[in-house]
Design a protein around this ligand. Structure first.
Ligand SMILES: Nc1nc2c(ncn2[C@@H]2O[C@H](COP(=O)(O)OP(=O)(O)OP(=O)(O)O)[C@@H](O)[C@H]2O)c(=O)[nH]1
Ligand SMILES: [Mg+2]
Length: 239
């Protein structure tokens, strides 16, 4: 379980203990970008008490994508067979993790999904739902991927799937990182399954969502969609 953190001091201990309770055999890696609020120190305290908790201290805030890439590299090097993404803020429920892992038995990548039947969001303002649903629909249509929740961040990968995605070329930083990995998985022919989840708005700490993150997602998704259509028209292989 890779949990990226930036200023999650109020959330890190409760979320790690919920993960440990829900799937006791899982190891947790906290990938902290030198949070000014001391999240990294709290993570070290957790790791000191529990041999299933590990910490990756990164030098500064570099975005969600970079933190996950570093976490994936660590996990692959350590030899884990399954790598899971999860937010620290309580939006993803560790109690739903066993369902994702069960689904992974018949899939290469499992996406926790808010927008399939049975999935839902709790305490989200309509504006946030509009951005999220709109982002997924825009990405689905433009990229031609048949995924309802393409921006979600509660996901389980088989190690082999991650190794086949060309992670060295991923430059996405914000939440379009999730779109990038999903489109790569579909393009590589992996079996991607969506499992309904209940997503709960964070109760503590501040969101890192920003206009920059939305703008990055818009321009990258648009560039991928236009690029792949141009390649098709010109009869070129996708890059
Ligand atoms: N290491 C690291 N973690 C980050 C960074 N940005 C966000 N995160 C973490 O990524 C997860 C998702 O970030 P959030 O701020 O919850 O983003 P969000 O879910 O789109 O926004 P909210 O719904 O408002 O919470 C959280 O665990 C954050 O602490 C970053 O630059 N570096
Ligand atoms: Mg969040």
């Amino acid at each position: 379980m890779i949990i990226p953190t930036y200023n999650e001091a109020e959330n890190i201990k409760p979320i790690v203990s919920r993960v440990r309770e829900s799937v006791p055999e899982a190891h947790v890696l906290i990938a902290d970008d030198n949070s000014p609020d001391g999240t990294g120190k709290l993570a070290d305290e957790l790791a000191a008490d529990d041999d299933h908790v590990h910490v990756l201290h990164r030098k500064g805030k570099e975005g969600l994508g970079a933190a996950y890439l570093a976490g994936f590299r660590w996990g692959v090097d350590e030899g884990y067979g399954v790598l899971v993404e999860m937010d620290a803020d309580g939006s993803h429920q560790p109690e739903e993790l066993p369902r994702l892992l069960t689904a992974l038995k018949g899939a290469d990548l499992v996406l926790g999904s808010r927008w399939v039947p049975g999935g839902r969001v709790v305490n989200w303002p309509k504006s946030r739902e509009f951005i999220s649903r709109g982002g997924s629909t825009y990405s689905r249509l433009l990229l031609g991927v048949d995924i309802r929740d393409v921006t979600g961040g509660f996901r389980a990968f088989r190690r082999e799937t991650l190794e086949g995605l060309g992670l060295d070329e991923v430059a996405s930083q914000g939440y379009c990182f999730q779109v990038d990995l999903a489109r790569r998985a579909v393009a590589a022919g992996y079996h991607v399954v969506e499992v309904p989840i209940t997503f709960v708005e964070r109760e503590r700490g501040d969101s890192k969502m920003s206009n920059d993150i939305i703008v990055e997602a818009l321009w990258r998704v648009t560039a991928w969609g236009v690029g792949s259509r141009a390649n098709k028209l010109l009869g070129r292989k996708p890059s």
